[in-house]
Design a protein around this ligand. Sequence first.
Ligand code: UFG
Length: 337
Amino acid sequence: MKKIFITGCCGYIGSHTCVELLDAGYEIVGLDNFSNSKPSVLERIKKITGKEIKFYEGDMLDKNLLEKIFNENEINMVMDFAAFKSVGDSVSKPIEYYIDNVSSVLTLLSVMKEHNIKSLIFSSSATVYGTPEFVPITEESKTGGTTNPYGTSKLFVEQILKDLYKSDNDWKICIFRYFNPIGAHQSGLIGEEPNGKPANLMPYISMVATKELEYLSVFGDDYDTKDGTGIRDYIHVVDLARAHIKGAEKLNKEKSGLFIYNLGTGEGYSVLDMIHAFENANHVSVPYKIEARRPGDIAECFADSSKAEKELNWKATLTLEDMCKDAYNFTKNRKEK
Ligand code: UFG
């Protein structure tokens, strides 16, 4: 039986994708080093799907371990979710970020090549567009001008994948550029579990609502946007996960190719929109204070995802209300445990 190898299978996006793939009948071999995830996620995936992942604990930089995994399993495709993702940390720890996000991919690619497995879905980010020239952002928009090592690491890997494809047209590579994934699985069993104080908006709002944090700092209300706060394209993590099934179907169908898709909803919401949507969806209050801009933030970023709709027959279907309800449900569950 052919299997999909998922790196970072217990992380935020990896775990949701495992659930969707298992539900769709795929078999999974998973790898995680728990650097930003918990072993209990494996149990929770099993609880949701009734199915098990063949799991290996370890690091993607461990070439011997990757060799062992590819020798022991008949893998036909890889989805790579294993990466550090904190923009702020990446500025203070560039070496760690480039090792974890770039060197590890090179290790993976070399083992894939040795085993003649040339089918890969890679998790990239809207951050590769830097400050967008225009919105909505299409895949043809200029990339580069990234403002932190996290974003640059994604840009570097995209270039490596392009070079790899150029060198050997047998590869089938799908690069997904995620916009702002939020929300959680409807079961409330898996979701985003940041270590310590969250850096991203939605986990922060959720923890203010559960009173674990006192108030939200809104980073700037003087941007050139409708209410002065930053606008982003928030997408439900389950919609994002489902895109990977469409990506797998596409790669299974194609002989070769390198495909790049934006994954967003095409809707931009401001920070104040998000606060109000969260309050309305969950009947809670989210106190906030307007503070200074966060260095490195851009005013506005949202996707044109029509290419994914046309070529993959994928479209985000879950609403902002779903995102807010599911995020809160997960945060409440987690607090109660
Ligand atoms: N924001 C606040 N207060 C907070 C946190 C965020 O006002 O406490 C604002 C930000 O200024 C921004 C918006 O909420 O306007 C969204 O911020 P996030 O930190 O949630 O997300 P970013 O858009 O900064 O970054 C995210 C991911 C990156 C990814 C990028 C792609 O964190 O990994 O989207 O666009 F690269």
